[in-house]
Design a protein around this ligand. Structure first.
Ligand SMILES: O=C(O)CCC(=O)C(=O)O
Ligand SMILES: [Fe+2]
Length: 317
């Protein structure tokens, strides 16, 4: 399986905002591009400053080393979030392996993880991962701020920042055996708020467009993929497109990727921002408790085209 054509994702340059006095016109133009891309594709490619090729290489070589550790060691990686501790040898996804770090923008959290994996410690890797995550986190925060601003929801931003936290996921996809399917990760929409994704060296990510066409995402080592999740669309009452995507392994090479997920905190109720609901935009999702949704998700209650949140609380009109 797999697609042949590439998606032409918009490339948005955030690095111009790094200067002390960014031009307001430039800021506004980026904001518009962000919203339009998320409405049309549910994602875009972002170019950011501050991630040197050296940093990138050292983070990916650390990821490779991490996955080479014994399964017993890797299994020590747990998360307060369901699906974000160590996953490997899954019969449904035999090519896929992953580890997660909770709240990775806190240096001590990354250190806790590296100390668990390398009991003698590994400050270099811990620092590199933290530095890298900080950049991805800044990109996430900026994107969310821009989306709220352009939809005139500034006054709701702070409250919605408080509703979420973050997990960094490190992923490995092995090369399929000759008799195995090349599906690395099944079709899904990200259930959280927003995902910042990076594929380093080997392609594999594919996105279903609004026209129902599966297209490959081109490998761009210097660009990050920003993707909307279903929770963001619950808040915004469906203003964005949330893309279904999957991973297909077509190259004869092990694939490593990295993703920063912004997820609702446990215990929270998620619902549309009132201002986003009116005659023209009837309510699309019933308010729901995130923990109840997770239970539903684990029980495999997905259904409707792999949009798990929509399957759980979507309103039928
Ligand atoms: O590895 C990838 O490129 C995609 C991973 C992904 O979609 C996910 O973990 O939700
Ligand atoms: Fe995903």
């Amino acid at each position: 399986m797999g697609s042949d054509a590439y998606i032409q994702l918009p490339v948005i340059d955030f690095s111009v905002l790094d200067s002390q006095n960014p031009d307001l016109g430039v800021y506004d133009s980026i904001k518009t591009q962000v919203l339009e891309s998320l409405q049309e594709y549910g994602c875009f490619h972002a170019s950011i400053g501050g991630v040197s090729p050296d940093l990138q290489n050292s983070v990916y070589s650390a990821i490779e080393n991490l996955f080479n550790l014994p399964t017993e060691t890797k299994s020590k990686n747990t998360s307060t979030k369901m699906f974000y501790g160590y996953i490997g040898n899954s019969p449904q996804l035999p090519l896929y392996e992953s580890m997660g770090i909770d709240d990775p923008y806190i240096p001590e959290q990354v250190q806790k993880f590296t100390n668990l994996m390398w009991p003698q410690g590994n400050p270099q890797v811990s620092n590199d991962i933290h530095m890298y995550v900080k950049k991805l986190w800044e990109l996430n925060v900026m994107t969310k701020k821009m989306v709220f601003e352009i939809l005139n929801l500034e006054m709701y931003l702070h409250e919605h920042i408080e509703l979420t936290n973050y997990v960094l996921k490190l992923m490995k996809y092995r090369v399929p055996e000759p008799n195995e399917s090349n599906l690395g990760l099944h079709t899904h929409a990200d259930a959280g708020v927003m995902t910042i994704l990076h594929q380093n060296d080997v392609e594999g990510l594919e996105i279903l467009t609004k026209d129902d066409e599966w297209l490959k995402v081109k490998l761009s080592p210097n660009l990050f993929i920003v993707m909307a999740g279903e929770t963001l669309n619950v808040w915004l009452n469906g203003r964005l497109h949330v893309p279904l995507h999957r991973v297909v392994m077509r190259e004869n090479k092990t694939r490593f990727t990295l993703a920063l997920f912004e997820l609702p905190k446990h215990g929270n109720t998620l619902k549309a921002i009132e201002k986003m609901v009116d005659d023209e935009h009837p309510l699309l999702f019933n308010p729901f408790k995130y923990d109840d949704f997770i239970k539903f998700h684990i029980s495999g209650g997905q259904g409707i085209e792999n949009y798990a949140v929509k399957a759980y609380c979507g309103v039928s009109h």
